[in-house]
Design a protein around this ligand. Structure first.
Ligand code: SF4
Ligand code: SF4
Length: 112
């Protein structure tokens, strides 16, 4: 089991999650974060910290796509352990539907 970041994070990137993760297993893309499923210890402390409710346990059904995405991109994107400023328009995209198709970017973020 692991926790995964879903598309609710896209263009929100509030980054409250990275501050609480005890094993620093978040990785930064251009407009979302992902969790490395091999490093996550399933502690669950990040889940309630996310204002966008983007983090879910992979025991919930229908998350296979997100588990695969988290696994793939955590191997490519840089590690992030410190909260930075979120995008200026983050609140406008909170709760928006279909963000993956509209905005997903495979480009890496800056990391720490
Ligand atoms: S707190 Fe939620 S929205 Fe913010 S970066 Fe983490 S997963 Fe994404
Ligand atoms: S569940 Fe725990 S170990 Fe896994 S990403 Fe969240 S804070 Fe980190």
């Amino acid at each position: 089991m692991t926790y995964v970041v879903t598309d609710a994070c896209i263009r929100c990137k509030y980054m409250d999650c990275v501050e609480v993760c005890p094993v620093d297993c978040f990785y930064e893309g251009e407009n979302m974060l992902v969790i490395n499923p091999n490093e996550c210890i399933d502690c669950g402390v990040c889940e309630p910290e996310c204002p966008a409710e983007a983090i879910l346990p992979d025991t919930e059904s229908g998350l296979e796509k997100w588990l695969e995405l988290n696994s793939t991109y955590s191997a490519e994107w840089p590690n992030i352990t410190r909260k930075k400023d979120s995008p200026a328009d983050a609140d406008e995209h909170k709760g928006e539907e279909g963000k993956f198709d509209k905005y997903f970017s495979a480009d890496p973020g800056a990391g720490d």
